[in-house]
Design a protein around this ligand. Structure first.
Ligand code: FES
Length: 186
């Protein structure tokens, strides 16, 4: 069956496209809207975007593979990205990542995204998140965790697992505000 977003999402995308003099200029916004709705971007979604914006599919694919904020695989309810670059490494991010993986039964030597079998948590070890002055930095879904510490991560994991097992609703903004800062554009 061919990919077609639901009418409400199509309306949202139409409104985004209308903001730009050229359709293709809306491509990042359209991809964000699709990812927010579906959780990740499938090949079908990329092809649909290309058709909608009169672009070549390869050009949409290049954007999705270049910007790390886009996902092409499903992720857990909580997607934790831990920065592994110098400032954060010096501030303990590698220890934090290892401890996180060991607690979740994931491979601490793996760099790409790994998801727990219950689908609750995805952990990814990533390059600089551009908030180096607040090392170690993590991104929990779309929210920054500055000076990320183990108790904060542990709380988030517990919330995500409880939500995944139906014990509670998923927190819409699970990050303590004292350690958070707005999400970034890709
Ligand atoms: S080195 Fe971690 S945010 Fe830049």
């Amino acid at each position: 069956m061919s990919f077609e977003p639901p009418p409400a999402l199509c309306q949202q995308i139409d409104a985004l496209v209308a903001r730009y003099p050229q359709k293709r200029s809306a491509v990042l916004m359209v991809l964000h809207a699709l990812q927010e709705h579906y959780g990740h971007l499938t090949l079908e979604a990329l092809e649909w975007t290309a058709r909608r914006l009169d672009m070549e599919p390869i050009h949409v694919d290049e954007l999705v593979t270049f910007y790390p904020m886009f996902r092409q695989e499903p992720v857990g309810r909580l997607h934790l990205k831990i920065c592994r670059t110098l400032s954060c490494a010096l501030a303990g991010s590698h220890r934090l990542h290892r401890r996180l993986c060991e607690k979740l039964g994931l491979d601490p030597d793996h760099r790409g995204p790994q998801t727990t079998p219950d689908g609750a948590v995805t952990v990814e070890f990533v390059e600089c998140l551009a908030t180096c002055d607040a090392a170690p930095v993590a991104l929990a879904n779309d929210r920054f965790l500055e000076k990320a510490d183990w108790p904060t991560l542990e709380t988030l994991i517990t919330q995500a697992r409880d939500a995944a097992s139906g014990q509670s609703q998923p927190p819409s903004h699970p990050i303590p505000s004292s350690h958070s800062r707005g999400g970034s554009e890709c």
